[in-house]
Design a protein around this ligand. Structure first.
Ligand code: ATP
Ligand code: MG
Length: 558
């Protein structure tokens, strides 16, 4: 995809300038997830971007859990996040870190600021701090505690650390500028008292650093050069710079670490935010964080997406400074393109109706040879059993067809894929008029589906032997929210698509598919790509999830 004519994105331009001008010697990036949920497709973009830049410039990629906020963090998420990053192919080598391992250094950093007169302990309540902060049009007011002496501040801060004060009764604030036009610079809180147990440090701390203070220190300790984050942090950049400069890490305005923002990835018709996914999980609307309808990385993997398809997708999205939504169909395009040549093409009938070939010998079975993938001979071939009784898709037969219907109808001849030409001679119906059996005759001369005398048939349909085919559960998906109708209802509830999941229990597949292993994927001819579900499949009894159908109106933007 990439070639010399592709222009460099703005982050690459910044990095190359920094390298050329000697602001950094090497490139160090990081992916810093908060372990408070599962990663989603948006995080994949951030992971692959950071990993890709480190790789491109021969630098280092750090994987760091930003676990400075003990309330929402859980070990379960740490494990799932690791599995996801690994699966995506971002290799962090030995560079796995936990922000909580730096709590001592952060504490020391706070003391450094206090000693420089750049931080003070305040007794204002959260609400008072908000009131004093001012608004976009009004400057803030001085904190009445801002004039405490360095000694007093040191003593009080130590008291905070030693658990002498109640949660919320005291905070440490950076002394910057209460009149700044940027509200983030109006003496931001950098430490709070919180008697909470942390998943890593246990009860050692009862004070915790705020994100805006902790994050630049984490970057600086690790020697990160380019700290890439999303746009909502743009207004926090002056504070980031203030922290690393005051602490002596950053030399000069062009020095590193430096924060660079890019636009988040949003997809049409899907829910990406952690909080929304969490809500779907907690309200029991989906089957866990990896429900195949979600776009968490675990869900995409379960659905049958490959790391390559996601890498490709992220590359196609590009990076920008302007928020926009990417068409979900582009993600589907990427998985289709990836699987097209790689996976075998099998026969499965999702909604079966029986066909009897009246002139085919009863009890006879032919093992017909079939290429696994006509476009990729490397995938080899297999045999498929052909018998007198078969199943075809109910929609492949019509008793009274409209014009241009080329599939099966009385009097019409079609090709059974890889097998024979058959001509429909009629059908049986039940008392309600439902078709129960279709009758055909076959031409023994057309074995393999080839015309014996040059005559043509317009329709080719797939089939499964009734005797040898196996019944399986197949699940079809649609988007879970319908964006055209709005993601939310007026009352704040999610506007869900009632047809997001269809479970088919009568589908029949050719026998070879019964061996499918968890996560193994296939093309079911004419129906799409399907993947054996790792959760619900049992040995010898797979459950198939449709990854994506075969057709799309999606075109790659040129
Ligand atoms: P969410 O808003 O979905 O809960 P988050 O930003 O709170 O996500 P973090 O764990 O803090 O999740 O994010 C880790 C990294 O992933 C951050 O650098 C963040 O900017 C980036 N990131 C999160 N969402 C997206 C997205 N949609 N597109 C690109 N990068 C993202
Ligand atoms: Mg976050």
């Amino acid at each position: 995809m990439e070639n010399e004519t592709v222009s460099k994105n703005f982050i690459e331009q910044i990095i190359e300038k920094d390298l050329a001008e000697g602001h950094c010697e090497t490139v160090k990036t990081r992916f810093p997830p908060e372990p408070n949920g599962y990663l989603h497709i948006g995080h994949a973009k951030s992971i692959l971007l950071n990993y890709g830049l480190a790789k491109k410039y021969g630098g280092q990629f750090n994987f760091r859990f930003d676990d400075t906020n003990p309330t929402k963090e859980r070990t379960e998420f740490v494990e799932s996040i690791k599995a996801d990053v690994k699966w995506l192919g971002a290799d962090w080598g030995d560079n796995l870190f936990y922000a909580s391992d730096y709590f001592d250094q952060m504490y020391e950093a706070a003391i450094t600021l206090i000693k420089k007169g750049k931080a003070y302990v305040s007794d204002l309540s959260a609400e008072e701090i908000r009131e004093y902060r001012g608004t976009l049009t009004e400057p803030g007011k001085e904190d009445p505690y801002s004039n405490r002496s360095v000694e007093e501040n040191l003593e009080l801060f130590e008291g905070m650390k030693n658990g002498e004060f109640e949660d919320g009764s005291k905070v440490l604030r950076a002394r910057i500028d209460m009149a700044s036009s940027n509200i983030n610079m109006r003496d931001p809180v950098i430490y709070r008292v919180a008697h909470m147990t942390h998943h890593n440090t246990g009860d050692k701390w009862c004070i915790y650093p705020m994100y805006d203070f902790a994050h630049p220190i984490e970057d600086a300790i690790e020697g990160i050069t380019h700290s890439i984050c999303t746009l909502e942090f743009e207004d926090h950049r002056p504070l980031y710079d203030w922290v690393v400069t005051e602490l002596g890490y950053k030399k000069g305005p062009e020095g590193t670490p430096k924060q660079i923002e890019f636009a988040k990835l949003y997809l049409t018709n899907v829910v990406t935010g952690k909080r929304y996914i969490k809500r779907l999980v907690e309200e029991g609307i989906v089957d866990g964080w990896d429900d195949p309808r979600l776009v968490s990385i675990a869900a995409l993997r379960r659905r049958g997406y490959t790391p390559e398809s996601i890498q490709n997708f992220v590359e196609l999205c590009g990076i920008s400074k302007a928020n926009s939504s990417v068409d979900y169909a582009m993600l589907e395009y990427c998985i289709r393109e990836d699987l097209k040549m790689k996976r075998p093409r099998m026969m499965a009938v999702l909604d079966p109706v029986k066909v009897v070939i009246d002139n085919y010998p009863e009890g006879q079975v032919e093992q017909l040879p079939v290429d696994n993938n006509l476009e990729n001979p490397e995938l080899g071939s297999r045999t498929v059993p052909f018998t007198r009784e078969l199943y075809i898709e109910r929609e492949d037969f019509m008793e009274e067809p409209p014009k241009k219907y080329f599939r099966m109808f009385p009097g019409n001849e079609v090709r059974l894929m890889n097998a024979y030409f058959v001509k429909c001679v009629g059908c049986d119906k039940d008392a309600d008029g439902n078709i129960t059996t279709i009758h055909c005759t076959y031409d023994p001369e057309s074995r393999g589906g080839n015309s014996p005398d040059g005559r043509k048939v317009k329709g080719t349909i797939h089939w499964v032997s009734a005797e040898y085919g196996k019944k399986v559960t197949v699940r079809l998906y649609e988007n879970i929210v319908n964006e055209e109708l709005g993601v939310y209802n007026e009352d704040g509830s999610l506007n869900l698509n009632p047809n997001s999941l269809t479970v088919l229990t009568e589908s029949v597949v050719e026998p070879a598919l019964m061996e499918a292993q968890a996560y193994e994927s296939f093309q079911f001819v004419r129906q799409g790509f399907f993947c054996a579900d790792y959760k619900d499949s049992k040995p010898g009894q797979p459950v198939f999830n449709r990854i994506v159908s075969l057709k799309s109106s999606f075109k790659l933007p040129s």
